[in-house]
Design a protein around this ligand. Structure first.
Ligand code: F6R
Ligand code: MG
Ligand code: MG
Length: 391
């Protein structure tokens, strides 16, 4: 599996890139889950890419109706070959499986007509992290369904800036200096870098509005890459509702970075995120094991799975081959799930009323404006003499 001579040899630095590229290219039944044939095809095409030396290793998985291609390689971030590989795999799944089986939403997230050099902005979500492999390299990958990239704001803040979550920020000298957060302003197409703990309040002032400001990545103060998130908003690309972004997140852990348990601790609170039913409702982000990586009740509730790997010489190491550790398959998260289900009951009782329903700004990108436009001409100025109500 090693792809160049110096890899893994004592004294040589291995530069590794982890790319996670995901898309919803069709599901069964409706938006519930993916079809095994889609995953089978993705795996066989990824295996060819390993044989061709394009990627060093891969793992294909899904959460709800989204397929994630997890790849390791030495080509760096935003590499054309890697992005094209992922684009072609999603195209092939659409052409050879989703369309013939008439799966729901076949090819849904492939918004561009063709590949034009970078998959960002073409529909699929991308998170990539390039780094020098440490002596031992634990990598955690989180994949969510029925939500959007702002869903990572609160967990990322907790992991890298909240000492009540991450004890290492207080105790461990290598975390004590703090972290740097890159925050995107999706409205203005701009970004800002903020360092914690000094700029903690500024950071919170932005990321408390996850519909507009989203954390794209985190580095340690000495520049060490620590986390990367997918940031695409399909609605902003297409200018209309086309499904959920269902983001992914890569986090490096341990030895000078937050411990595995500190990273997972951030998911012990099922916070409310946007994206439940029709991308129009708030619901709790529920940490689940791979066996529950589907959505059901009211097309949700929003879910997150956590996959744990080591990386050795650019290759993913799992329990059997690249099969990851299922991080939320633990009784310690049962009460979090129960709380999430209780919150789901409570939110559902609001029906189509805010704050279960998203606010008007976000509803702009749903089918709601079509409904409201029909009523437009029926409104009369408030000072009009009121006539008897007409049925
Ligand atoms: C899709 C999703 C769903 C759909 C809903 C209506 O990711 O989250 O909640 O928005 O099932 O879908 P259509 O309009 O395709 O029937
Ligand atoms: Mg779908
Ligand atoms: Mg989805």
């Amino acid at each position: 599996m090693l792809i160049d001579v110096e890899v893994g040899m004592e004294g040589f630095v291995v530069r590794t890139t982890v790319s996670v590229i995901k898309a919803d290219v069709g599901s069964i039944p409706g938006h519930h889950t993916v079809h095994p044939k889609q995953l089978e095809l993705a795996r066989s095409l990824m295996a060819e890419a390993v044989d061709d030396g394009v990627v060093a290793s891969y793992h294909v998985t899904h959460v709800g109706d989204d397929i994630q291609l997890i790849m390791t390689h030495g080509r760096g971030e935003n590499d054309r070959t890697i992005h094209e590989l992922a684009w072609n795999i999603f195209q092939e799944i659409t052409r050879r499986v989703s369309k013939p089986l008439k799966l729901y939403g076949a090819g849904q997230d492939l918004l561009a007509d063709s590949f034009s050099g970078n998959i960002r902005g073409a529909g699929p979500g991308v998170a990539e992290l390039e780094f020098e492999e440490r002596k031992s390299e634990p990598i955690l990958i989180f994949c969510a369904d029925k939500t959007n990239p702002g869903a990572w704001n609160l967990p990322l803040y907790k992991i890298f800036a909240d000492p009540f979550n991450t004890a290492g920020l207080v105790i461990d000298p290598s975390l004590h200096e703090g972290f740097c957060f890159r925050v995107l302003d999706l409205r203005e197409d701009a970004f800002v870098d903020l360092t914690t703990p000094e700029e903690l309040y500024d950071l919170l002032a932005l990321i408390g509005t996850p519909s507009r400001y989203i954390v794209e990545g985190v580095r340690r103060r000495d520049g060490l890459p620590a986390a990367a998130a997918s940031t695409s908003r399909l609605s902003l690309i297409a200018g209309r509702y086309v499904g959920k972004d269902d983001p992914v997140l890569i986090v490096r852990a341990q030895h000078g970075l937050p411990a595995l348990g500190e990273v997972l601790e951030a998911f012990a609170f099922p916070h409310l995120v946007a994206g439940f039913m029709r991308g129009s409702h708030y619901g709790p982000l529920t940490p689940v094991s791979m066996k529950d990586a589907v959505v059901s009740r009211f097309d949700g509730p929003p879910r997150v799975v956590g996959l744990g790997f080591q990386i050795a010489d650019r290759c993913l190491v799992g329990l059997r081959g690249t099969e990851p550790v299922d991080l939320f398959a633990d009784a310690a998260f049962d009460r979090v799930r129960q709380q999430a289900f209780d919150v789901t009951d409570y939110m559902r009782r609001h029906g189509p009323v805010m704050p279960h329903l998203l606010g008007p700004e976000e509803m702009e990108y749903t089918t709601m404006p079509q409904v409201l436009s029909k009523l437009k001409n029926r409104f009369k100025p408030m000072h009009t003499p009121r006539i008897a109500m007409q049925g």
